[in-house]
Ligand binder design. Structure first.
Ligand SMILES: [Zn+2]
Length: 202
């Protein structure tokens, strides 16, 4: 399945190990575990097709929380001709799409989904030295890493993280991520090559 804001979630976050009944289509399928989703209603499983097709729009259930204030600020910069009400409308639309159709990132802490260039970013995987080196156009992953911290966490990050905490080995899937008590979450702008990093620990 293709998800606008999440690359390859079946691998990165994983599906349940065995088939369960999807709470929206009622079919027995390999589903995402939805027990930690937010909102006033509780569901336990949702299949990738239902999530991608927007079945959560009709429920009081959402999978994450977008950084909507920052999104509005960016929208204003990317297109100064937009009126306040158009910005509200656009931000609301994008935020609902993010929160209703995107698989959940399993993280240690709750934080809001980052945006860049006037849209939410796509989650592309867990950070590691080889991953940043591969993403850096000049191969200098350490510099890319240092420059990529989201504005909300920039003051608490420093270069010591590269040597001290960032994994030496690639984290390929959710199972791999379980070996680390600090995780780096790598996002990419939908509108440029910009890389954004979030991180947290237990
Ligand atoms: Zn379903």
């Amino acid at each position: 399945m293709l998800f606008k804001y999440f690359e390859n979630p079946e691998v990165i976050t994983g599906l349940r190990k065995s088939k369960t009944k999807c709470d929206t289509c009622k079919e027995e399928k390999l589903c995402f575990d939805a027990e930690a989703y937010y909102g006033g209603e509780n569901i336990s499983s949702v299949c990738p097709e239902c999530l991608a097709n927007g079945e959560l729009y009709d429920l009081d259930v959402f999978t994450c929380e977008g950084d909507a204030e920052e999104l509005k600020r960016q929208l204003k910069i990317t297109d100064p001709s937009l009126t306040e009400s158009k910005i509200e409308e656009l931000a609301d639309q994008k935020t609902r799409e993010l929160e209703k159709t995107t698989p959940k990132i399993i993280s240690w802490q709750d934080w809001s989904w980052p945006c860049a260039d006037g849209d939410y970013c796509r989650f592309i995987g867990y950070g590691s030295k080889p991953f940043y080196n591969r993403l850096a156009p000049d191969g200098n992953g350490k510099k890319l890493f240092a420059d990529s911290f989201y504005y909300r966490i920039r003051d608490v990050s420093d270069e010591g993280l590269w040597d001290g905490l960032l994994p030496d080995k690639e984290i390929k899937d959710y199972e791999d991520s379980g070996y680390y008590s600090a995780l780096f979450y790598v996002f990419k702008s939908l509108n440029s090559d910009k890389i954004i990093t979030m991180w947290d620990c237990d």
